[in-house]
Design a protein around this ligand. Sequence first.
Ligand SMILES: *Cc1c(COP(=O)(O)O)cnc(C)c1O
Length: 433
Amino acid sequence: MEQNKLETMYQHLGVSPRVYAYGEAVLRALAPRFAAIDQTAEYNQGKVLAAMQKNRVNATHFAATTGYGYDDAGRDNLERVYADVFHTEAALVRPQITCGTHALAVALSANLLPGDELLSPVGAPYDTLEEVIGIRESQCSLKEYGVTYAQADLRPDGSFDYDAIRSAIHERTRLITIQRSKGYATRPSFSVDQIGELIAFCKSVKPDVKVMVDNCYGEFVEPMEPSDVGADMVVGSLIKNPGGGLAPIGGYICGTEECIRRCAYRLSAPGLGQEVGANLGLMPAFYQGLFLSPTVVAGALKGAVFAANLYEPLGFPCVPGAAEPRHDIIQAVTLGSAEAMSAFCRGIQAAAPVDSYVTPEPWAMPGYDAEVIMAAGAFVQGSSIELSADGPIRPPYAVYFQGGLTWYHAKLGILMSLQKLVDAGLASLPEGL
Ligand SMILES: *Cc1c(COP(=O)(O)O)cnc(C)c1O
């Protein structure tokens, strides 16, 4: 196909020839990065396939159940598949887990008792966990139940402060929580290797301490997961990476049998645990979504790498930087003003397959302490493995961009975001295009 034809299609979609030309110039240099991303996806596809084959996935596992859901073969087998993918003893993968925050709240409250202390050795946790923990006052927080919280901040360069961590660990420290992805912060995300070193350090200080990793947005970005390097639990949302865009709800916790049993008792009821929980006909989406996830994550990663390489040369600081390795699918772009955040989000929205005609506006969101602007035109509401951008309206006015079920859609969204910034006079392209 002639390059012209593609350029005409982009023009039809709203991308000017100059923005398109700039994007193509950026892309030419990214071929080796994209090849490495594809290779990780290929490896992870093998890992998922091997787990499905080992557990003899077949059509009976896709049948719907209702009511109590006793002896739900599809659900029980999916949990074995997840356990094998994450190399853990057990897994809890349920539509009854409503979101990532819920999965994390279950994992924490199941494994902490009154008098215990929770430690974050990586600075402040994700916004919504502040209320779960009780950092911000909230009913039913861990704090209300007598669980205390301690935090060791990262050093200014984003590295672990081992001295501070050592002195924060004491007799009551029961559980350590490590967030893999930066979330709404401009710190670096951690590699699985870094997480492994941190876990080894914490366990050398206190051998019986349990470690939970908030794995949101990190699944399948690398060939290994935090559960391969010593985490007792890894936790995440099915409307992010591992749902592959098909899961319409759900969360997972993979880990040791001891931890997962407690999580199941907390999620349903003591004594019932994993025995109850009908699958409501969601098994085809959960299995197929997991199957597609490594490829979908690769597309999202290409989008993130493209965005950083497109925006950084125009003077917008990016985390991770254009040349930096990736440990999650999130790209933070610091735009410097509320207007620029709005323009960026308008571009992402305009590129969507769903709701492309609506205009995102800042809004107060439950669980967040500043107004948040969100752009998403998703098949699954709020899904952030689908192309989406969001960010709290507060300095440094950074948008957190993620997802894209296909690389081509991610590419269009990023080009459209730049188009809106250029149209509003908030970004200018290099000379000579
Ligand atoms: C998204 C996210 C959460 C919370 O997940 P929700 O599904 O939005 O409740 C927690 N931690 C991190 C790092 C996340 O990215």
